[in-house]
Design a protein around this ligand. Sequence first.
Ligand code: AMP
Ligand code: GLY
Length: 433
Amino acid sequence: MKVLLVGSGARENAISDALIAGQADVFAFMSNRNPGICRYCRKFEIGDVKDVLSICKFALASKPDLAVIGPEAPLAAGVVDELHKIGVSCFGPTRELAQLESSKSFTRCLLEKYNINASPEFRIFTRKSPEAEIRSFLRDLGEYVIKPDGLTGGKGVKVFGEHIDNDDDAVDYCNEIFGNNSSVVIEEKLDGEEFSLQSITDGKTVIDCPPVQDHKRAFDNDIGANTGGMGSYGCEDHLLPFLKREHIDHAHNITVQVASALKKEIGPYKGVMYGGFILTKKGVRLIEYNARFGDPEAMNVIPLMKTNFVDVCNAVINSELHKIEFRKLASVCKYVVPEGYPENPRPGRIEVPASAPALTFYAAVDEKADGIYATKSRAVGFVGMAPGIEEAERIAEQAASRVKGFVFHRKDIGTRALLQKRIAHMKGIMEGK
Ligand code: AMP
Ligand code: GLY
């Protein structure tokens, strides 16, 4: 099998490893020279992953049997639609279906239309909406979240009490978004513990990967700016310490209903429906969907797949998905990032010593003649896998702390102390504290 892979983060490094383990020849279209992908792929090209025409040109030259699209930006740019036109089947949704991630209002309205009860209270406002109406809705909600209705690289959402302190600031932020020609979704602020459920679907059958919890804040103890995700963990029982089986089943049912709604509205969705869910006092609610694997969450689940990933991709494309098996191991992923990330990252050369038994996945780095250079985003992800989370954490921590250069990582991800904090937080919410 020849597989075209689009993207060059650590998520795509994990996808590339799985494709190669599944006996595929990988042809990679990447925005930077990722050493983890370059080392084993058959051929690669560097370019803008939103440049759909260049991706198609690369595909015409390499003649892949199928394509796997890693990030959201090329999906939203319609790369799947264009690849279909030149006869390349894709693991990843078309532009219209990718609105599941690229338009928050699309998804909220879809759930409303099909009576899928998983959204917080919400309303959509445009530049034509009277300010009095916006203020009245803000007052009704009391605590709220403001979201631009488009892709913002995880940086556009503002939460009351964290990024916004009063209604005046909220209205100012709405006006700023309207100025960028976008509408705004304002929704009730939910309180609880978040989890990522990445489900693989061929449009009919929905199969969950084990749930994972990501850590958005830059520093230990969940302080500092929001990032793309500093690391993540999953447990050997395929639950999380604050989640019961019934909560996963609930989240799964939401995704099954949404997949069916998408099929009726547009057509079969093929790829990953990654639900960002939150367990609240009132049960499981949907924060958002992403139309691709999570980064870092892909690194927790893809290496656990017992089923050949190339077979999974083919089954999705041919609407024959029926089973994916995952090993029962705990996983901890820790990202090493440049000093100053995310606001003021300091690029520079890093040294990455051999990290076994941790798995190494390169992200925003460039391989040059004299070594590996961190650019301006997350640099390298390390994953520990073990029968228990303590050992998985130790393996990931040891590898992350060996990287040399102007970098840092979170030492607390996957530790007993942090897991206990999550359990206590959830218990407090359930008991109404
Ligand atoms: P997004 O960019 O949509 O991934 O949202 C970023 C983060 O904003 C989420 O991971 C949540 O932590 C937070 N968030 C989004 N919507 C809500 C909500 N309705 N209630 C509480 N937090 C939210
Ligand atoms: N882990 C967050 C994301 O992939 O969007």
